[in-house]
Design a protein around this ligand. Structure first.
Ligand code: NI
Length: 229
């Protein structure tokens, strides 16, 4: 499932994040690639241990953990600290699959996650650049994604994907991986659909309605069955 999550940040918040990010120490993006993808990537990234990356990354994780749609769809266990990239002047990222495992060593100790889900948070408005579409291959065909600044797309990390060349302006975004409480994409999607349906009945009938109580119980049972903690 590929999911568009709107308004993770307001336009004013995006502008503030961009002011911080744009002043950061941007460097060649190949420093974070896995060895298989290094040749296919042409962009700039913020070093993951830079103050700017750490500061904005923490704000993004905070916003995502407070976003009900994100939490329901991703069921996050651990969000790997978000990274930042910038494509301009023909910059692109050829077709690839993200690494299955991500790890880094830091002040808080070692972190190692299984990449279940990948996400891109758009931090440039679509009209400010040409190209720069995120193309995600799905079973039923390729999806082209280019979202308003402040919006996020969530997709399975196993998907083949690429970023088309940016031929005008600059495309700044944050990208991230996370380990979900529910490893299987189909199980996670079923839980999300059940949650959305339950919320819908809840809005209509109220939380004391018998159907809402039964659906909530079903969700509880399935999450306990499928989650890995
Ligand atoms: Ni990727």
């Amino acid at each position: 499932m590929l999911l568009h999550i709107p308004d993770v940040f307001t336009k004013a918040e995006v502008a503030a994040l961009r002011r911080t990010l744009d002043a950061g120490p941007w460097a060649d993006g190949n420093m974070t690639s896995g060895h298989q993808s290094a040749t296919a990537k042409k962009n700039l990234q913020l070093p993951e241990d830079s103050d700017v990356a750490r500061e904005v990354s923490a704000l993004i994780v905070q916003a995502l953990n407070a976003n009900p749609m994100f939490v329901s769809a991703a069921l996050p266990h651990t969000i790997f600290p978000p990274l930042f990239n910038r494509y301009e002047g023909g910059g692109e990222f050829g077709v690839h699959v993200d690494n299955a495992i991500r790890q880094r060593s830091g002040v808080g100790g070692d972190l190692r996650i299984r990449s279940d889900l990948s996400a891109t948070l758009f931090l440039s408005e679509p009209e400010d650049y040409d190209g720069g579409e995120l193309i995600i291959e799905e079973l039923y065909g390729a999806q082209s994604v280019k979202l308003p600044a402040g919006d996020l797309v969530l997709y399975p990390s196993k998907s083949l994907h690429r970023v088309t060349p940016v031929t005008r302006g600059a495309r700044v975004s944050s990208f991230m991986w996370l380990q979900s409480l529910v490893r299987d994409d189909a199980d996670r999607e079923s839980l999300f659909r059940l949650d959305v349906a339950t919320q819908r009945v809840n809005l209509d009938k109220g939380p004391k309605d018998q159907a809402v109580i039964e659906l909530t119980g079903l969700y509880h049972n399935l999450l306990r069955r499928w989650s890995e903690v």
